[in-house]
Design a protein around this ligand. Structure first.
Ligand SMILES: Cc1cc2nc3c(=O)[nH]c(=O)nc-3n(C[C@H](O)[C@H](O)[C@H](O)COP(=O)(O)OP(=O)(O)OC[C@H]3O[C@@H](n4cnc5c(N)ncnc54)[C@H](O)[C@@H]3O)c2cc1C
Length: 253
């Protein structure tokens, strides 16, 4: 197997290439998800919202490749967060079996449209995440904060239970004048939670997102079912099709 080393280029605008990635740290993210910190020599960095393809090779040469959004990255390093899909081929291995020191291969950075760059547009940003779909949106929120960009950001994040929130401490720390977090719990909410425990509804979207009259750029990410449920409602609420960017992680809901 050959592994290319990419020439150093502008972060996020580099031509995708294969890199060897060494796992430096493995942390539990939620009861079903794991955060992986990767050391990736030559990795150029990536635009917030990008993803990569991760390839595993078994001792018998069998290979499996899946896409993962980049939670954070900079020259030479990448952070991923992987949720386990029960009976999946790759994610159970990444969530349960990968250890520091393991070597993987990654192809990237990938994705030329689903990203947000600081200073690119003054239009407000509405992020809508279902489950692990928060990963690329978290990357955008981090970039927004790091650049002290004044663009209003709002994240509507649907999760099963309080324990299932990815990047909980980091998201809480981002909340402030230009970043608002709205959580929707679909199975169990924290004690004293006042909004109903149920899947995102059209009314919840209307109540907890930037109104279409403010012309936000809207980024929606989650399972295919989540995205396909939410997008028609956003359109009904007046958001123009070209203002809604989507990333589908697969599966149904
Ligand atoms: C651009 C992109 C970025 C992604 N980023 C992330 C990420 O940051 N974190 C993350 O955890 N996953 C992410 N995914 C999903 C990931 O690529 C895999 O699909 C997922 O890890 C399941 O792989 P698997 O081999 O375990 O399951 P498979 O063996 O491929 O599938 C097993 C079964 O699960 C279903 N399934 C596959 N994916 C999902 C899903 N996401 N939800 C529900 N059911 C599913 C399949 O239809 C199949 O029936 C991303 C996908 C895309 C396309």
């Amino acid at each position: 197997m050959s592994v290319e080393t990419a020439p150093v280029a502008r972060p996020g605008r580099s031509r995708p290439a294969w890199y060897v990635a060494t796992v430096t740290e493995v942390r539990p993210e939620t009861p079903t998800a794991t955060r992986l910190l990767l050391d990736v020599p030559g990795w150029p960095g990536s635009d917030p919202g990008s993803h990569l393809d991760l390839r595993l090779t078994a001792p018998d040469g069998y290979q499996a490749t899946r896409s993962y959004s980049i939670a954070r990255s900079g020259p030479g390093h990448v952070v991923l967060a992987v949720d386990e899909v029960p009976d999946g081929e790759v994610s159970p291995f990444l969530v349960r079996d990968v250890r520091a020191g393991d070597v993987l291969e990654v192809l990237g950075p990938l994705g030329s449209f689903f990203h947000w760059r600081p200073g690119e547009s003054p239009r407000p940003v509405q992020l809508v995440a279902g489950g692990s779909g928060v990963v690329p949106l978290y990357a955008m929120a981090v970039a927004h904060d790091a650049a002290a960009d004044p663009t209003p950001f709002r994240l509507l994040y649907s999760v099963r239970t309080p324990e299932d929130v990815f990047f909980r401490a980091e998201l809480d720390a981002l909340v402030g004048e230009t970043f608002r977090l709205d959580l929707v719990y679909t199975r169990r909410a924290p004690a004293g939670w006042s909004t109903p425990v149920r899947r995102v509804t059209r009314d919840a979207l209307a109540a907890a997102t930037v109104p279409a009259t403010e012309r936000p750029r809207v980024y929606v990410c989650g399972s295919t079912g989540f995205v396909e449920t939410v997008v028609p409602w956003l359109e009904e609420l007046g958001h123009a099709q070209q203002d809604i960017l989507t990333e589908r992680f697969g599966g149904v809901r």
